[in-house]
Design a protein around this ligand. Structure first.
Ligand SMILES: [Zn+2]
Ligand SMILES: [Zn+2]
Length: 295
């Protein structure tokens, strides 16, 4: 395989991010790096893909900025570019959660994948909470996880107040895809008086790379062309979601191709084709459908 997907983020003071973005975009275009990178005064967050040698160059470029010297990076191999375009944007928050005033300094204690494995193996009493959206946890989750029905991360404050307040005096572990959402999700819980909060270091992607076929069940939803990463070989935990048309176990999803609907549909490959990439007759009949099949 000659392509890589690179995930990275860092909460760090960035001076005048608006002055960095143009040059960053130009560099990426010139080196055929695709994906998205968000800058804010609170840090950087990105997922990019490219040929191995270009990703190597990008890592050198990125870490040449003093702020990003020790940035957390994660690499996955890929068959092709996982993105079609390159975007570099200026944001208020590197993950939109209306948590501007929450300090990552208050974040939960870092729990390594080894640490979480030990919690499970020793039957420790703990509550594991999914800090992702409902459609992400539908495809896959940790064993016994609490999966709040969040539409997006901006609902986290509400979820903590309405769904998690019973766990204030328990040991709580939060997790998300790569760890970035948990920095503030766990900090917000600590600031709200939760006594013993951990955050899974490097997120699900770090855990499943080290310990597939253990306590992660189903696929991991990703926001790029790969759509889903399936780490498990054991049949019983390979897929936890079911095709919404035929009921067959699957981890796959598409967005309804009626642009006005765009609903996420869990679907096996056969049914997505036979349903013409739409959720209903109404959507199939729509005038406003995507021009090309995608997903
Ligand atoms: Zn099906
Ligand atoms: Zn639809």
């Amino acid at each position: 395989m000659s392509y890589k997907v690179l995930l990275f983020y860092k909460y760090v003071n960035v001076n005048k991010p608006e002055q960095i973005i143009g040059e960053h975009l130009n560099w990426c275009m010139a080196n055929d790096i695709r994906g998205r990178v968000f800058f804010a005064t609170e840090g950087i967050n990105g997922t990019v893909s490219g040929k191995n040698e270009n990703i190597e160059k990008y890592k050198i470029y990125l870490t040449s900025f003093p702020e990003f010297k020790n940035i957390w990076l994660k690499e996955d191999e890929a068959m092709e570019n996982s993105f079609r375009k390159m975007q570099v944007r200026l944001k208020n928050e590197i993950v939109h959660g209306n948590l501007e005033n929450v300090s990552v300094k208050n974040g939960g204690k870092r729990l390594t994948p080894e640490g979480l494995l030990k919690f499970y193996k020793e039957n420790k009493e703990f509550v594991i909470v999914d800090a992702r959206n409902w459609y992400e946890s539908k495809i896959g989750k940790f064993r016994n996880a609490v999966t709040p029905p969040m539409k997006n991360f901006r609902e986290w404050k509400k979820v903590v107040g309405e769904k998690l307040s019973d766990y204030k005096n328990k040991t709580v572990v939060t997790y998300c895809t790569g760890g970035i959402r948990c920095e503030k999700a766990s900090a917000y819980m600590v600031e709200k008086g939760f006594k013993d909060v951990y955050q899974l270091e490097g997120g699900i992607s770090n855990f499943i790379k080290k310990f597939p076929d253990t306590y992660w069940e189903g696929g991991m939803f990703v926001f790029d062309e790969r759509r889903v990463v399936n780490p498990n070989l054991k049949e019983e935990i390979k897929h936890i979601a079911k095709c919404s048309f035929c009921g067959k176990p699957t981890s796959y999803y598409i967005n309804c191709h009626n642009v006005d609907c765009d609903k996420i549909i869990v679907s096996c490959h056969e049914c997505k084709v036979s349903s013409e990439y739409c959720c209903s007759d109404e959507c199939r009949a729509s005038e406003n459908k995507r021009k090309t099949f995608h997903g």
